[in-house]
Design a protein around this ligand. Structure first.
Ligand SMILES: Nc1nc2c([nH]c(=O)n2[C@H]2C[C@H](O)[C@@H](COP(=O)(O)OP(=O)(O)OP(=O)(O)O)O2)c(=O)[nH]1
Ligand SMILES: [Mg+2]
Length: 140
C-alpha cells in the first residue's frame, strides 16, 4: 500500500507511515521535524511514508538510512496508531529497533538526540504520539 496515493474521507490524504523507536539501553533516538514540515519543530520518532510496493519494514529500513544513515539489524512491530489531523489522517506503524549499525546523525540537517525514556513526557511531540510515548516509557 502506498503512503501517498491512498485517500480516505472527503479529500483528506491518508498516509501510512513507518516509524522507528530506536532503542538502546533505556534511551531513545529522536529527530526534530523541520519548521516547514507538517507538525514542524516537534520531536518525532524517525521514519516516513511508505512508497508504492514497499512493506512497512522496507520503508522503515529505507527511511532510517535516508534520515539517519543507519542500517536496521533487528526490528519488531510495537504498535499501530491511527490519528486524524485536520488536514490529513495518519496510520503510524511503529517498530522497535533494538539493533542497528552505523553512527546515527541528521542527514537532512535535522537535530537528532538521545533521550532517556523517562524524560519523553517533557518533550513536544505531534498529537498522534501520545500513546506511543506512554508505551515507550513503559519499556524501561
Ligand atoms: N516520522 C514520524 N512521523 C510522524 C510522527 N508522528 C506523526 O504524527 N507523524 C506524521 C507527520 C507526517 O504527517 C507523517 C510522516 O510524514 P513525513 O513527512 O515524516 O514523511 P517522510 O519522511 O516520507 O517525509 P517527506 O519526504 O515527505 O518530507 O506522519 C512520528 O513520530 N514520526
Ligand atoms: Mg520523515
Amino acid at each position: 500500500m502506498s503512503g501517498t496515493v491512498d485517500k480516505k474521507g472527503p479529500g483528506a490524504p491518508f498516509l501510512h507511515v513507518a516509524v522507528g523507536v530506536i532503542w538502546q539501553q533505556g534511551k531513545v533516538l529522536l529527530s526534530r521535524r523541520a519548521s516547514h514540515q507538517h507538525q514542524g519543530d516537534k520531536w518525532e520518532f524517525p521514519g516516513g511514508k511508505l512508497e508504492a510496493g514497499e512493506t512497512v519494514l522496507e520503508a522503515l529500513q529505507r527511511e532510517l538510512t535516508e534520515e539517519l544513515a543507519i542500517t536496521v539489524q533487528n526490528a519488531q512491530p510495537l504498535m499501530e496508531v491511527r490519528h486524524r489531523y485536520p488536514e490529513r489522517e495518519v496510520l503510524l506503524d511503529i517498530w522497535l529497533v533494538d539493533a542497528f549499525s552505523g553512527e546515527p546523525h541528521g542527514v537532512e540537517g535535522q537535530a537528532v538526540q538521545w533521550f532517556a525514556a523517562s524524560e519523553l513526557d517533557t518533550l513536544s511531540f505531534p498529537d498522534a504520539n501520545q500513546p506511543i510515548v506512554e508505551r515507550v516509557m513503559q519499556l524501561v
